[in-house]
Ligand binder design. Structure first.
Ligand SMILES: [Zn+2]
Length: 189
């Protein structure tokens, strides 16, 4: 197991679409464990393979209240419902957070490391992280979802370390269902 360097914005690899994994072999398993190490080391709750420079459809998730990490291969959001505004950050965009629109709940499907299909219905923080990570695999960053009136804002290093899990923190406070049309981000961290 190893801690991998995390690719940061504006590296172009973050804008590329990751490819489907056909065989879940040793290399995929070892990559997923390395990604877990990397995510935990950085204090994150989710990481997509693009973020460590690998264009494969693999994500890892570790929700604070859950003991077991989640490892998902070829993940898909197959249904989403509702809309809420939540604050969000990303390990690939250090030092910034922004308010984005996410679903109230989602249906999600993926393979696990044993090649079994996993289907889950998720809401709150888990839904938000799954949407965020599947977006990464499609080359989408959370800034793309910034609402019209919101801009990314920079935060101090101290504030950043306390909001490395911003989604969790803000999730509790935010319960808005106002819909804002997407706009181009004007951020240049
Ligand atoms: Zn991210």
């Amino acid at each position: 197991m190893a801690i991998l360097p995390i690719i940061t914005f504006p590296d172009k690899i973050l804008r590329k679409k990751a490819r489907k994994i056909k065989t879940i072999d040793k290399s995929i398993k070892s990559l997923s464990y390395d990604m877990l190490d990397t995510m935990n080391d950085a204090g994150g709750i989710g990481l997509a393979a693009n973020q460590v420079g690998v264009l494969k459809r693999l994500i890892v998730v570790q929700i604070p209240e859950e003991e077991e990490p989640r490892i998902y291969i070829n993940p898909e959001i197959i249904y989403r419902e509702g809309s809420r505004m939540v604050e969000e950050g990303c390990l690939s965009v250090p030092g910034f957070i922004g308010t984005v629109e996410r679903s109230i709940w989602v249906k999600f499907r993926a393979l696990n490391l044993e090649s079994k299909t996993v289907r889950i219905k998720a809401d709150s923080l888990l839904a938000q992280v799954l949407e965020h990570e599947v977006d990464h695999l499609n080359g989408i960053l959370y800034m793309d979802h910034l609402s019209e009136h919101e801009k990314l804002r920079s935060i101090s290093e101290e504030e950043y370390s306390s909001t490395l899990r911003p989604v969790q923190k803000l999730n509790q406070a935010e319960d808005l269902t106002v819909f804002h049309p997407h706009s181009e981000s004007e951020i240049n961290p």
